[in-house]
Design a protein around this ligand. Structure first.
Ligand SMILES: NC(=O)c1ccc[n+]([C@@H]2O[C@H](COP(=O)([O-])OP(=O)(O)OC[C@H]3O[C@@H](n4cnc5c(N)ncnc54)[C@H](OP(=O)(O)O)[C@@H]3O)[C@@H](O)[C@H]2O)c1
Length: 298
């Protein structure tokens, strides 16, 4: 019998990419709209599990806008903490696995080497705190969990570091970018492939597949280095040639503080799932083309 995967967040950046990555697999993908899968309504979630009877759940839903989370703490906690706790409890009742996305922002960014899965969490902002609490709730409720921490995911759809950089190139003569904060940009399709690989292997069964894993692109880059690479990859498609100017994070009026260094050590996922870190630079041309398609579909 084909396995049934319940996907939450199917309209999001990562959710959409996962739906594309899932198409070659012999799964039935159930991707309800937000109204039928609202993380802030436990009764709706319970009804959803009852109706759909999944074999595995992928949670790609969340409040991912860091400054919005800072402004709306209750909403961030409801979506990123209480919702995942309900999902984990439902999965526990049915004895099925949950694959959940978390973030490099659970760390404070004071280390100088990539964070491994056992590094202590110490989030600097509401978003990171709400995601940390979501992780802890899942660990408490359900042994059959995979928490996949990812970082700076980009693609053609929704608002993300790539689409924001392209908008800035299109509209500004001088694009100022943070040069003193580094992370690991990660293509959305690589995250989706990682999720699909995890789902497939977990449903096949095996040892050591559960727990927390890190996955991000390489090499590590500041937003300034990322913007320069985007400019280069975008050049064949545009006449725009704004100056890309390095800036310190202090001059940006971000509401929420952010970690200065949040690259992730990805050796565990490579060992357990044979998933290698993608080179994000290689993924830029296709992602830029995908952004044109997403724009014209709007
Ligand atoms: N993007 C990144 O750089 C990044 C980095 C690290 C971790 N993550 C994590 O990855 C996950 C997905 O991120 P993303 O970038 O794909 O975010 P996204 O593009 O903003 O998508 C978020 C998804 O969650 C849905 N959603 C929001 N509130 C909901 C609610 N109350 N109930 C049910 N669904 C709700 C959204 O639905 P609507 O379409 O209706 O808004 C959308 O489908 C999040 O958990 C995020 O924390 C992302």
């Amino acid at each position: 019998m084909t396995k049934r995967i319940l996907l939450l967040g199917a309209t999001g950046l990562i959710g959409r990419a996962f739906a594309r990555a899932a198409s070659p697999y012999r799964w039935t993908l159930i991707a309800p709209p937000r109204a039928e899968a609202d993380l802030t309504h436990p009764a709706t979630l319970r009804g959803l599990f009852h109706r759909t009877e999944p074999d595995l759940v992928v949670n790609a839903a969340g409040l991912a806008d860091v400054d919005s989370a800072e402004r709306h703490e209750d909403e961030a906690m409801a979506i990123n903490f209480e919702g995942p706790a309900t999902l984990a409890a439902q999965c526990s009742t049915r004895d099925i696995p949950l694959v959940h996305l978390s973030t490099d922002y659970v760390f404070d960014g004071r280390d100088a080497a990539p964070y491994n899965e056992d590094a202590p969490m110490n989030p600097l902002n509401v978003y990171g705190y709400s995601k940390m609490m979501g992780e802890e709730a899942i660990r408490h409720e359900l042994a059959w969990h995979v928490i996949l921490r990812v970082a700076s995911v980009f693609g053609g759809a929704r608002k993300n570091i790539l689409t924001k950089t392209l908008d800035a190139i299109d509209t500004q003569d001088e694009v100022r970018c943070v040069a003193d904060r580094t992370s690991a940009p990660t293509p959305d399709h690589a995250v989706a492939h990682a999720l699909a690989t995890i789902a497939e292997k977990v449903m096949e069964g095996g040892l050591g597949l559960y727990g927390t894993f890190h996955f991000c692109g390489a090499p590590i880059a500041s937003r300034y280095a990322f913007a320069k690479a985007v400019m280069e990859a975008y050049a064949p498609f545009t006449d725009r040639r704004p100056k890309i100017v390095p800036a310190t994070s202090e001059i940006f009026a971000d509401l929420a503080p952010r970690p200065l260094f949040s690259a992730l050590d990805c050796r565990k996922i490579e060992r357990v799932y044979a998933l290698a870190q993608p080179d994000w630079q290689d993924a830029l041309p296709a992602a830029i083309q995908a952004s044109f398609a997403a724009k014209s579909a709007r």
